[in-house]
Design a protein around this ligand. Structure first.
Ligand SMILES: [Zn+2]
Length: 198
């Protein structure tokens, strides 16, 4: 009987640990994490556009400790809103980009505030590529800008991140799941995904 109780406790302990670890960054990186209550974003590209995700969460290149995504796309790829909202910030006058420290302040961007208070940031956009301006109301899937290589960027790509309130009330970068040709998932680096708008 004692042995049985011991085995039972070990078994329960194992499951407790699994439950506690389900929100770990390791699972997010492997794409295992699922949270059915979180918003489902569209990929920020035109319907059926296939894109390569070069960096995801906590990537060693330039996303250490960050919940941000880098999509490798050619210059002038149409960037679409991943979620409805209002443009609260935009810049499109820079044509500089590179990996020097001063390039940190050279990036063009569009920032869209969603109705839950979170804000999506679309970075490294091309000079004068914007289709929208501050104050515009944006619908998910709407073309907002064109990709580029401005700011702290080694090659043309789109850096996408969402900042908002997490479950504890802290304002921080949030992991975002997407509706894709591979289902509703958290994206993994080194893979191709196709945008599916519905
Ligand atoms: Zn990035």
């Amino acid at each position: 009987m004692k042995q049985f109780v011991f085995i039972l406790i070990s078994f329960l302990n194992f499951y407790c640990c699994v439950a506690q670890e389900q929100y770990s960054i390791r699972d997010l990186k492997s794409g295992k994490f699922t949270d059915d209550s979180s918003y489902i974003y569209d990929l920020p590209f035109e319907n059926k556009k296939k894109v390569f995700l070069i960096q995801a969460y906590d990537s060693k290149m330039s996303h250490k400790g960050e919940f941000a995504l880098d999509f490798k796309v050619k210059k002038k790829t149409k960037i679409c809103a991943a979620r409805d909202g209002v443009v609260i910030s935009a810049r499109g006058d820079s044509d500089k980009g590179g990996l020097k420290p001063e390039n940190m302040s050279d990036g063009n961007h569009i920032s869209i505030k969603h109705y839950d208070g979170s804000v999506a940031h679309y970075w490294h956009l091309i000079k004068d590529g914007a289709f929208v301006k501050v104050g515009d109301t944006i619908t998910k899937g709407q073309v907002i800008d064109l990709s580029g290589n401005t700011g702290y960027s080694a090659f043309p790509h789109l850096h996408f991140e969402v900042i908002g309130y997490d479950g504890t009330g802290a304002y921080k970068q949030l992991p975002t799941r997407f509706y894709t040709n591979k289902g509703t998932i958290y994206l993994r680096p080194g893979k191709f995904y196709k945008a599916v708008h519905y």
